[in-house]
Write a protein that binds this ligand. Sequence first.
Ligand code: FE
Ligand code: FE
Ligand code: ZN
Length: 277
Amino acid sequence: MLYIGCHLSYSKGYEAMGNQALAIGANTFAFFTRNPRGGSAKKIDDSDVQKFINIKNEHGFGKLVAHAPYTMNLCSIDKDVRFFAKKVMSEDLVRMESTPNNYYNFHPGSHVKQGTDIGIELISQQLNEIISPNQSTIVLLETMSGKGSEIGRNFEELGEIINRVEFNDKLGVCLDTCHVWDGGYDIVNNLDGVLDEFNRVIGLDRLKAIHLNDSLNPCGSHKDRHAKIGCGYIGEKALINVINHPALKNLPFILETPNDIDGYINEIKLLRENYIE
Ligand code: FE
Ligand code: FE
Ligand code: ZN
């Protein structure tokens, strides 16, 4: 079963996102749990959530891939920024329990001159204070392109964080095709080899979701500029191979391509047409 969707706006609530997903041919989606730049979160309306859960069950949606605000930096050099990041993630995870058993994806963070080792240590420490053994949500570390001082530029860095977290059965990875490509993993010519390496370093059982994006830049560029499917260096054929790979086939695929809603409708249609059941 192909679970495919894109980012939807949370501004009108869950039921509205469910209906919009149906309208565009999606059966999963991503949404920012709050303003992507941070800020306070909308209050959860239980009846809205229940209406959404009915839609999700009736139409057999895959797991949702919520996205933390991208300014959240668990390994900032500034203690207040780190504390704020911890507060945001902890609150978001409480809120996520209103729609149990979904995914919460975040960018590991940027170490900004502190060095990778300190970055990894701060992120792991914070996750140890945030993650509860009782939560139903799986927290996903996103693979990053390695622009600036981003942590998560290779599989080793993500594996190291996971190893240092006590309740790491609550952790997984979201693989962003643009980011790994920009990070130097050649998913065009050697998808099998990249996934073998993922398996060796992290374990494929940790791979829970895919951000499906083309890239405006060549492999290894560390730029992180997304392109529409088929309009970048990765190309349509390689991305179709990604959705059909036996190790990936049943994961939720989230488009983060620079599109308006009509563009997403077309990309979802194209991918469905090229998916082999
Ligand atoms: Fe992201
Ligand atoms: Fe992404
Ligand atoms: Zn990106």
